[in-house]
Design a protein around this ligand. Structure first.
Ligand code: SF4
Ligand code: SF4
Length: 67
């Protein structure tokens, strides 16, 4: 299964990646980065297909996709 990694301090909690994901994999987590934004994370047991839509949509280039 594919997975994503968020570069935590780049995330601005804008949610564009959440809306872009066709598998509803992503959510805003509870962890806050050094700029005060809640960081996006994968949902537990979510099935990422490695489509990279989230990474393409992220204006901060905060997401890396591994597959
Ligand atoms: S790679 Fe695709 S399936 Fe995986 S989290 Fe990003 S948008 Fe969702
Ligand atoms: S699109 Fe990028 S900056 Fe926006 S919430 Fe997702 S990871 Fe964070």
């Amino acid at each position: 299964m594919a997975k994503i990694q968020v570069l935590k301090n780049y995330c601005k909690s804008c949610r564009l990646c959440i809306e872009a994901c066709p598998r509803d994999v992503l959510q805003i987590g509870e962890e806050v980065n050094e700029n005060g934004y809640e960081i996006v994370e994968m949902k537990e047991n979510a099935e990422c297909i490695g489509c990279k839509m989230c990474a393409v949509m992220c204006p901060e280039a905060a997401i890396e996709v591994f597959r």
